[in-house]
Design a protein around this ligand. Sequence first.
Ligand SMILES: NC(=O)c1ccc[n+]([C@@H]2O[C@H](COP(=O)([O-])OP(=O)(O)OC[C@H]3O[C@@H](n4cnc5c(N)ncnc54)[C@H](OP(=O)(O)O)[C@@H]3O)[C@@H](O)[C@H]2O)c1
Length: 331
Amino acid sequence: MRKRRLGCQGLEVSAMGLGCMGMTFAYGHQDDAASISVLRRAVELGINFWDTAEMYGPFSNEQLLGRLLKEVPRQRLVIATKFAWRFGPHGEQIGLDSSPAQVRRSIDGSLKRLGTDYIDLYYQHRLDPSVPIEETVGALSELVRQGKVRYIGLSEVGPGIVRRAHAVHPLSAVQSEYSLWERGVEEKLFPVLRELNIGFVAYSPMGRGFLAGKIRSPDDLEACDWRRKNPRFLAENLSHNFRLVSIVNEIACAHEATPAQVALAWILRRGSDVVPIPGTKHLRFLEENVQAVGLKLSDDVWASLDRSLSCFKVAGERYQEDALRFIDTSD
Ligand SMILES: NC(=O)c1ccc[n+]([C@@H]2O[C@H](COP(=O)([O-])OP(=O)(O)OC[C@H]3O[C@@H](n4cnc5c(N)ncnc54)[C@H](OP(=O)(O)O)[C@@H]3O)[C@@H](O)[C@H]2O)c1
């Protein structure tokens, strides 16, 4: 597996990571045995950059990864996790909290659940408007000094917050949604990340699975699947959005690839400072997706995809309103 560097502090990760969220959260039923097989195979394939968060479950995702950390030499893995919320006694979210005291509580919880004494990349999951970012990053930088965290990052923040945070302690990565159907980061965020030499981690790189082409109707999702409420997956938008899958599929078919591979290869082509973290709990999808790293399409093919994309407008916001308000869009 090829490696990529994120940021100027020396963080090196597999060119493609593994998103672990869906293994215990949001996307239908949980199957720990299947997920453990995926994690073991990821180690064999050299996919060492694993993405989790305390809120995935909450807590059960880190616990699941903790089971694997018992059997894999720690230095073979690059574990990224995230904090942002305070939770009630039953795991319910009771509000954002990025105060230094909460940052210190959160890291200790994550370390315990993962069964490790350090986190490779520790992100703030969502900006807490009630705490100046300088205070939060100050607390993160203290964790780096203590050896509990190696590198730090932010998720879903705009360029202004990135600059302020980076001035306190160098950020190694910013993580945001990025895929063929979500390119909001390109115009303002990417130039600032490149100016400051901060890496970019693309979450939901297959459009939460949509771009892989197997979700044609909300009924293809389990009743408990969070995506049923996501505007882009509502029946009236899904059928319009399927046009995008057809465009990608046409290219995939012509090059003996799958739409998932084309969607991931498109991200990998954005630059050596960009790393996608596709999620799956299926071994066969992991094996399929990893091949995107070696998928080479000609410049002409990519240009024709770009032309088709420029005529396509996605239907539906990427989150429901109650979740959109947590996304920082400030310049
Ligand atoms: N920072 C944030 O706020 C944030 C938000 C969302 C996600 N994330 C991170 O990003 C990671 C990836 O994002 P994501 O899971 O939302 O979306 P994604 O990677 O775009 O898509 C995951 C979905 O695609 C399906 N899939 C994967 N490979 C496939 C293939 N080859 N063919 C057909 N279907 C396939 C998976 O199915 P199965 O699971 O059934 O295999 C899953 O339902 C997450 O796991 C999480 O770690 C971060």
